[in-house]
Design a binder for this molecule. Sequence first.
Ligand code: 8YV
Length: 314
Amino acid sequence: MTRPRILALAELKPQDMADRLAADYRVIRDIGDAADVEAVLTAGNIGLSGAQMARLPALRLIAVNGVGVDAVDLAEARRRGIAVTTTPDVLSLAVAEMALGLALAAGRRIAEGDRFVRAGQWSSGGKLGLGLSLLERRAGILGYGRIGRRLADLLRGMGMEVLYTARHEKPDTPDGFRPDALALARDCALLFVTAAGGEDTRGLVDADVLAALGSAGILVNVARGPVVDAGALAAALDAGAIAGAGLDVFDDEPNVPQALLDAPNCVLTPHIGSATAEARRAMAQLVLDNIAAYFAGRPLPTPYEAWHALPLHR
Ligand code: 8YV
């Protein structure tokens, strides 16, 4: 039997998972050659636009190697009856770990300290300022989905009190609910952003929220860049309205605004929240499982579930 053709806009990792994809399918990289393909492999940060879908008349499956679907035109996919799959749960620990790492790096000045040592400032008698203790603080989680809840488990395990903001209060958690980002920021000193991207959450963390977080506050974003107003954040860091930030995601990746590059109290990483060998292998396995299920006519293991949140008509 000839192997099905698939369009891959993203890579699977580690390499043996990419090799498995190449062994099972004829992998096409150029959308111009893909008019007959039924399945596309993409990533959370790459997605698939409506214009791209228009070039793929045979498309039946969009397999996302990630959980974010903000870059997929979901309304168009639904209109055409194209299935979308993601890789939930298997990356939650990795992203939660990353959030924790960024918080510690920002609060305890780890990245700044590394630069300080390498630049010879320590050996030449310089002094790094004091950091802020994190584990004695109250944490706030903006976006209490799978990743937010995994992070909450870690924070609680370290003895922290945790608050959260979600669309609705959850009945099954020991963490305290706050109805919006402003109320959450007022009541915590360490604010983690784990909300889904998209128009609903754009600019949720604005100048008012940062002011409410306060001058000892630390902001961490492992979700999507646009959830935080980058201009307001740069201004807050510069003015000392908050103490520091840790950012893994940006509006226009891989470009980072100069004002953030210039901020010493801001730790920057290149969207690596899910980039552990363990998580990426498990994500790749789910992608392969979803594509295989599609071609075998079996139910998809991890279809995207939140279609009900979309308008029926564009
Ligand atoms: C990666 C992500 O960017 O899951 C997501 O939505 O943003 C990340 O895991 C990417 O999707 C990995 O392929």
